[in-house]
Design a protein around this ligand. Sequence first.
Ligand code: AHG
Ligand code: MN
Ligand code: MN
Length: 313
Amino acid sequence: MMSSEPGKTKFQIDLRRHLRSQNIDDNLVHLICEISEASKYVINAVRTGDLGVAGTSNLYGEEQLALDVLSDRIMRKRLVKSGVVCNIASEEMDEIYQVTSDSDGLYSVAYDPLDGSSLVDVNLAVGTIVSIFAGCDLLQEGRKQVAAMYILYGPRVSLVYSVGNGVHEFTMNQLMEFTLSREDVRMHPAGNIYSPGGLRNKYNEGDEKFIRYLEAKGAKLRYSGGFVPDINQVLMKGKGIFIYPALNGSPNGKLRLLFELNPMAYLIEQAGGAASNGHVPILDLKPESLDQRAPIYIGCTEDVSKAMEYLNG
Ligand code: AHG
Ligand code: MN
Ligand code: MN
């Protein structure tokens, strides 16, 4: 826990200073700071960039927007130049990008450069999601991540990270510096908001019953269609659950294990919450391929276990 230095309120503690208090390797401090710097160029792209299609598709066969490709290039360039990265995987690249075969003291990064990009043209919040492993192997269980973070481009720009010592939020100030705004974010055992992703007419019976349970207990529906703002709301309010379940016709749901689920599951568990695919913790899933998807139930522990009861009841 960072004690405020005399004359300095905790809100003036910047990202680098906070990272240095986390007792982690200098290369990891440098890497997370480089990602925070790259996000400033992504913000500029989101605010002023071309909203059209890129004319290409990603490894999921989804049409890429110009912003997806531009954000991906910004992130990749920064990671390559950081000097502390050996392998890179991106939701927008077909295969792993090897920076160097050397792994000593280096990290590998999986990222979604602009999650929710299709929401930019209707001016809704979007974000960048990042998962970090030590060494060169990106197909490890999520529990082996050494760090996870996201940057949320909303009315305010916030950066949330964990390196295994709790979850911490930084907010961008008028000088475009990330300064500490919440330290050691914790979730309640149960919540009062829910984010039901996907088409409800494709939900299986157990999930449909779970939603009706949530509504009967007075939970409010909160769903923007952007994974980063929707998860950020559950995390920062500490009271809720986000689900994107297996749907009829899509047994693995929609969301991507490496680029979306592992980093968010790491953060939510670090804040005292839970994240499951309906049967086992997300972080215990061994990825078989870069493009692997999984159903997700993520948020307050009691809400996630109640969902499992309905799903497997
Ligand atoms: P991406 O923009 O990276 O493809 O991700 C979009 C995802 C995620 O942000 C959100 O939770 C989900 O798509 C929404 O899916 P539906 O529109 O099917 O609800
Ligand atoms: Mn995404
Ligand atoms: Mn994306």
